[in-house]
Design a protein. Sequence first.
Length: 255
Amino acid sequence: MMKPLLLAAAGALVVAAGTAAAQQAPKRGQDLARPGSSFSPQENPGTWQSTVTRTERGHVIGNPAASAKLIEFISYTCSHCSDFAARGEPPLEIVLLAPGKMTVEVRPVIRNGLDITATLLANCGDPAGFKGRHQALMLSQAIWLGKARAAPATQQQIWERADKAGRMNAANALGMTAMLAERGQSKAELDACVSNDAAAAKLLDHDEADATEFGVNSTPSFALDGKLLADVHSWETLYPALSAKFAPPAPAPAN
């Protein structure tokens, strides 16, 4: 499933263009902040957004007993995934994760060599710190991926190779290791994670398993309660699906 870095980025733009016509902004009556919205938060929303558990293929955030389960398939080199992390993940956390209504499992999709490096860094360390690492890498994507795109082709080829030396070179040259170390994580721990060949191989195996089980072929993609949502690749298209899922029951007819 690995593709050259720049070719993969171009492919993501084609997918986005193909789904843009189906995207629609949330209606004003569905505003997350409105009382009566399908997503109206509880008075005491809880702190389930702080519960993170490592799974075989990713990390689950939220109340393990929640009845609704969303899987978020993302690539760390996908600009639309970065956009979703910035605009979609915060409201989900406030109104669905915190009160324990739903869990979100973040699973990586490996499109290129840099995805392997970034995912190893996101997965590195205590599961409780995953959200912080995930958000740091996603929200700074324009910086480190911009450096990668501006690098000479010979350098990109080293990073795309994604062997131990290539991963270590990318993590340090693009500033990803330094960024996470500034957040307080040990550089030695981060280097050990990036150089872990067995963990890198597992990422590819899990990516293939998700492609086989769910048919994931673009990012971001989402599965709700075990079923891949067709043509849902953004916050604008995910919102209506979740709104319908959490819509209050219709009032009983008057006698």
